[in-house]
Ligand binder design. Sequence first.
Ligand SMILES: CC(C)[C@H](C(=O)O)[C@@H](O)C(=O)O
Ligand code: SF4
Length: 476
Amino acid sequence: MATRPRTLYEKIWDAHVVETRDDGTALIYIDRHLVHEVTSPQAFESLRLAGRPVRRPELTLAVPDHNLPTTPRLDASGKPVPIADPESAAQLAALEDNAPAFGIRYIPATAKEQGIVHVVGPEQGFSLPGTTIVCGDSHTACHGGLGALAFGIGTSEVEHVLATQTLLLQQSKPMEVRVEGDLGPGISAKDLILHIIGRIGAAGGSGHVIEYRGAVFEAMTIEERLTVCNMSIEAGARAGLIAPDDTTFAYLKGRPMAPAGAEWDAAVAYWRTLHSDEGAVFAKSVVIDAADVEPSVTWGTSPEDVVPIGGRVPDPQDFADESKRVAAQKSLDYMGLTPGMAMTDVAIENVFIGSCTNSRIEDLRAAAAILKGRRKAANVRWAIVVPGSGLVKYQAETEGLDKIFTEAGFEWREPGCSACLGMNPDKVPPGERCASTSNRNFVGRQGPGARTHLVSPAMAAAAAVAGRLADVRELG
Ligand SMILES: CC(C)[C@H](C(=O)O)[C@@H](O)C(=O)O
Ligand code: SF4
């Protein structure tokens, strides 16, 4: 039987359909389930009440990340330091009880493998090409950087996956974002994805799964691909993917949970079939010229509010539609910015380098390369580096990056979500501004009244040195 050309998304989808329903939904098999402390307690509680076990416990991996303070986790006598916030403490305790009770692999807060769930999955080789990966977390799209169909789910779906290892889903439409040409010197994956979101908008991918295509992505490291796919959700997409290739296989080979031996060879042979076929049809296609991408920075309270660092705060009056005008004015009021102001004149008091978007080793290297031999400006009150995992932290320390950061006036912390969102003690004070390598600049995201400017790790480092948003290319 001749098969029609299919997109990568359609291939992975087709390989996981258990049953198609008359209403157009399909029951999809889930290969991998990541669990953190925030969205899992109720799911486990419901299973417990129903007396149901976890269907395939070996396919789930649990790790706490959101609520953990990033200060030392063990006291001088080696005992775990209790979490002061009662709700956070309760969520952590629930995960610590639930994982062993349901037979699930658990990485405790004090283990060296602990980290942000989206950093840990790829790092452990738990996230693999062609798999379906879910997590009760919107940034699950991150794992698409390895060629997995990965997406966030709600707590009731977490329960469904735990109980059945399946999910009832409506198929999304395939979309391509094709980048042509080469990125200029000093332009990172983060600058590119912010630029893309600025172009297509925060709803530009809605109803779709985005495949990122073109030589730029093929030349990227896995760390960079994870950064790009991570923010697919900020473009409204269900998921984002990049076809797996030799870079992917080299990254995964030998990782603790990756297949080995004959299984590895069979897996690679299958993974090589995972690309969009010649002639496959995308429901939507966006073409971006890489030459247009400059270091990107956000000015507002949506990840689509992007300008190049050389740009200015826009005038709400210049937006074509009324709702955008109103939203832009609201954003500017919240952000304390005036139209026409040069982005490089925006002074900052805080710098956050971390989050599942930008806390991997290459991100820390990029920031350290700028900070080496430099110091944060006097007006930068709080600068913090939070590695994405204990293994990233260890690697960075082996390379002496921690010294570069602390000598530059940064704090060097334990892994976790940290100041990416205000669920733990790391918060930006009201009215203060933060150059942040995270993925969301929503109102109150980094703490009540906090003002977030999304940037790349190198740009965050440059902002720390300048005490204002700055073009990293001028620091060299
Ligand atoms: C707390 C969690 C459910 C949330 C998410 O779904 O993404 C968080 O990780 C975020 O980044 O906003
Ligand atoms: S680092 Fe931020 S975006 Fe990523 S999972 Fe944690 S809170 Fe969500």
